[in-house]
Design a protein around this ligand. Structure first.
Ligand SMILES: Cc1ncc(COP(=O)(O)O)c(C=O)c1O
Length: 196
């Protein structure tokens, strides 16, 4: 018998974006594989389901502070995994990656500032930059030997005009996990970004 973590889920008929959205949005039937969205088809780890079940069983759903324990857990994970000291008070809550990115762009840049992205990239990266009236500076990835790579020449030109760089890691949709060499190059170049 497969361990519970390796059981796939049949999510049809559960208002699943990936499977039921096929019909609702695209009027397609089930002979199509919905590879357009990175939605999950494997069961969540039992420890997570159990913690959620126990929390729901309290019947208490009032407004809740972001818990100190959660802040400390994230900070401790960064220290153990990356030897990086992150002040627990600096760990903030966001109800998704895109709202989090939006807050970062609003906090660190002004209207008209340049922000670098690397297309093709998850569409909200484009939308949140233009929606917040920042200048979208694209440094498109290039294909080499059947895989996408950073185009460092273009990236340097764009970073010289930019205030912020939105790194997508691992990169959606090209499926790259950036190498240490690539990431070091990006970090080295942050000094060329405009700071005023
Ligand atoms: C690069 C990237 N960021 C964010 C998201 C969505 O994150 P969240 O569900 O936390 O909003 C996705 C989903 O596919 C993604 O590919």
């Amino acid at each position: 018998m497969k361990s519970i973590l390796h059981q796939s889920l049949d999510r049809t008929g559960t208002d699943s974006v990936k499977w039921d959205g096929l019909d609702r949005w695209f009027h397609l039937k089930d002979d199509v594989l919905p590879l357009w969205v990175a939605d999950i088809d494997i069961r969540t780890a039992p420890s997570i389901s159990e913690a959620l079940t126990a929390r729901a069983a309290t019947g208490e759903f009032g407004y809740t502070l972001f818990s100190r324990d959660a802040q400390a857990a994230v900070s401790s994970w960064y220290e153990r995994r990356h030897k990086l000291k992150v002040d627990a008070d600096h760990v903030l809550f966001s109800n998704g990656v895109v709202p989090g990115l939006t807050h970062i762009v609003e906090a660190l840049t002004e209207e008209g500032d340049g922000i670098v992205i690397q297309s093709p990239v998850y569409p909200p990266f484009h939308e949140l930059v233009t929606g917040l009236k920042r200048e979208l500076l694209d440094a498109p990835l290039r294909q080499s030997d059947g895989r996408y790579e950073m185009d460092f020449d273009v990236l340097e030109i764009q970073m010289r005009k930019a205030k912020l760089f939105l790194l997508c890691s691992p990169h959606n949709p090209v499926g790259r996990v950036w190498t240490e060499v690539e990431l070091k190059q990006v970090v080295d170049w942050h000094v060329v970004m405009t700071s005023s």
